[in-house]
Design a protein around this ligand. Structure first.
Ligand SMILES: C[S@@+](CC[C@H](N)C(=O)[O-])C[C@H]1O[C@@H](n2cnc3c(N)ncnc32)[C@H](O)[C@@H]1O
Length: 371
């Protein structure tokens, strides 16, 4: 074996990875550098044309100002967040590093303890001060926070969530800006897997006509609560207790069209009649239906926390739908108080899932800001 062989092996591994990437981007012109070529020689050449690689930013969608929410610290498989008046500590499998400052974790009001039997999916909330379990049924722990003119009622749930996904704030601002650029009055907005409906409230407040679909009665009741808390009528939008895929099939048959569609599918879920949603199995059909449901001048905001699904994967999935911008949603750690241990360390970004924004027949350039 020549002395250069091991390095060549590693290079060849890297090359084959890069070749896969380049071919996915639509180019057949990936040119591999021979092992003996100088390190400065270009590894790839490819046609200069706007292809997939030009549209996939290995970047994070910029989070807007959200004064009511802060990621105070993260690490050791947990995150510490302030939601308005409450500080919560809960597991997050993406937080693989060490916390910056142990002292700040002592400010938590409540912490989530996953039940092993549920594989971490369910669990209980404990008061950090007394270690007493919160009574989730009593609804005694509910409080609310604001994002602009929208009010979200929050409460701890047995599923570790509290009623909003704060990383979605980036999409809420994009939604407001998109609605301002879309001519249709009122713009029709479809929110699939709409959960507690903060995006729906924001769309209504921007003058849109909203259809909100979710499989859970609890989520729909919560969305109604958020409408009222935000000063809107409880029937200000069309609330559909339905399987998202089933609804999309029916809406396509009825010829419904929407100027904005939001879809934030989970990895796995069930419709109200037990219909199964499995991301890998059903997402291609959902995307095909969304292509039909989008008006000629429209925008799709598609995000997912489905584990292992990347922005590049989303871009490939949605590339026929329109002009795609794909990236990640993330929460950026807040600066620590001056003098705190770790205050000098650069804040880290906690990955919160892949997201794609698709523009069809409408110019949305410049709206997506990148961190
Ligand atoms: C990831 S959350 C969506 C979060 C929401 N977009 C937000 O930012 O607040 C998932 C939601 O999908 C709903 N869901 C799960 N399976 C569903 C299905 N088959 N059809 C409709 N909704 C479903 C759940 O009830 C839950 O409210």
């Amino acid at each position: 074996m020549s002395p250069g062989a091991p390095a060549c092996k590693a290079l060849s591994r890297r090359r084959s990875q890069a070749a896969r990437y380049a071919v996915k981007g639509g180019s057949k012109e990936a040119v591999q550098r021979p092992c003996h070529a100088p390190a400065s020689a270009p590894v790839w050449t490819r046609r200069e044309r706007p292809g997939l690689l030009a549209r996939v930013h290995s970047a994070v969608f910029k989070a807007p100002l959200f004064p009511a929410h802060e990621l105070l610290d993260s690490g050791a498989g947990e995150k510490l967040e302030r939601f308005g008046e409450r500080v919560l500590r809960r597991p997050d499998p993406q937080a693989l590093w060490n916390p910056r400052d142990e002292a700040v974790w002592r400010t938590a009001d409540w912490r989530f303890e996953p039940a092993r039997a549920s594989g971490g999916q369910r669990g209980q909330w404990l008061s950090q001060a007394s270690s007493r379990e919160l009574d989730l049924e009593a609804n005694a722990g509910a409080w609310s926070i604001r994002f602009g003119a929208a009010t979200a009622v929050l409460r701890p749930t047995a599923f570790k969530h509290v009623g909003i996904f704060p990383e979605q704030a980036s999409n809420w601002v994009f939604l407001q800006q998109t609605l301002a650029r879309i001519d249709a009055r009122p713009a029709r907005v479809l929110n699939l897997f709409g959960y507690t409906g903060v995006a729906s409230v924001i769309a209504l407040q921007a003058g849109a006509q909203v259809t909100h679909v979710d499989a859970s009665k609890t989520s729909l009741a919560w969305a109604r609560e958020n409408l009222v808390a935000s000063g809107l009528a409880p029937d200000a939008m069309r609330l559909m207790l339905d399987d998202a895929l089933g609804f999309a099939r029916k809406a396509a048959r009825r010829g419904e069209r929407y100027e904005v569609i939001l879809a934030d599918p989970p990895h796995h879920g069930r419709g109200p009649r037990g219909e199964e949603w499995q991301f890998e199995e059903h997402v291609a059909e959902l995307v095909r239906l969304l292509e039909e449901l989008l008006a000629p001048k429209a925008c799709l905001i598609f995000s997912t926390y489905a584990f292992g699904f990347s922005p590049l994967g989303l871009a490939s999935l949605l590339q026929r739908t329109g002009q795609v911008e794909a990236g990640e949603l993330a929460l950026l750690e807040a600066p620590l108080a001056a003098g705190a241990k770790g205050a000098q360390a650069a804040p880290r970004a906690l990955a919160c899932g892949a997201c794609a924004r698709v523009a069809r027949g409408v110019d949305l350039s410049g709206l997506s800001l990148w961190s």
